[in-house]
Design a binder for this molecule. Structure first.
Ligand SMILES: CC(C)(COP(=O)(O)OP(=O)(O)OC[C@H]1O[C@@H](n2cnc3c(N)ncnc32)[C@H](O)[C@@H]1OP(=O)(O)O)[C@@H](O)C(=O)NCCC(=O)NCCS
Length: 186
């Protein structure tokens, strides 16, 4: 599917609410910042630990939209009741024009109010499917903290298998956990 700012890719209906899975648009900086900072506030098991400012988010968003346009990255936002409530980003290769262009990397998350409803699975499946159709990729890699049960379950459900583990590879709020590296062959 051709990237088009703000375009709705899929609509789900959950608990009577419309859940839009759509491309990012330049007006999303505030929404993305609020969503991301809500994860940091709750100490979610993600790589970021510091809150973002609106200026940080504007710079990030511009880059993200640009790489969506160039076709090296696909970002899918979850919009519920007018708010950004989740994000998934999948990128081709670890470094551009490199020998890893057959490998995509994925990351995702949802606002705490909307977890456990199947949205994470729908979001990640959609992004993987789009990446598979857009690029000549053979596998998707991801990783999560060993303590992140929800992420472990979702990766398993999506068909990822553990290929490695970095003991104490994550140090978050002074507590260690392993980084679990997972792979899904396409
Ligand atoms: C990880 C995350 C994206 C999962 O999304 P989600 O929408 O809640 O997951 P889904 O509802 O699609 O569930 C997918 C599967 O995982 C299981 N699952 C989800 N949350 C779970 C939990 N807290 N405990 C156990 N299993 C869980 C579900 O039961 C489901 O399996 P099932 O269909 O057999 O029941 C979400 O918990 C999240 O955003 N967490 C905070 C950010 C984060 O950790 N991101 C990932 C970083 S690697």
């Amino acid at each position: 599917m051709q990237f088009e700012e703000g375009k709705i890719i899929k609509t789900l209906e959950i608990d009577g609410k419309k859940v839009f899975l759509r491309f990012l648009k330049k007006e999303d900086a505030q929404g993305c910042m609020e969503y991301l900072n809500s994860l940091i506030d709750e100490k979610a098991q993600i790589l970021l630990q510091e809150k973002k400012t609106l200026d940080d988010e504007k710079i990030w968003l511009e880059r993200e939209i640009n790489s969506n346009r160039l076709g090296s990255n696909i970002s899918v936002a979850v919009e519920i009741e007018g708010r950004i409530s989740g994000l998934c980003s999948i990128s081709k290769g670890l470094v551009e024009h490199h020998a890893t262009e057959h490998v995509a990397s994925i990351g995702f998350g949802l606002h705490k109010n909307y977890r456990g409803m199947g949205i994470g699975q729908a979001l990640a499946s959609l992004a993987i499917d789009m990446a598979k159709r857009a690029w000549n990729i053979e596998m998707v890699r991801s990783s999560y903290y060993s303590k992140n049960i929800a992420s472990a379950k979702l990766h398993e459900k999506l068909g990822f298998v553990e290929v490695g583990r970095i003991k104490n590879g994550i140090k978050m709020w002074d507590s260690y956990s392993d980084e679990v590296i997972v792979l899904k062959k396409l």
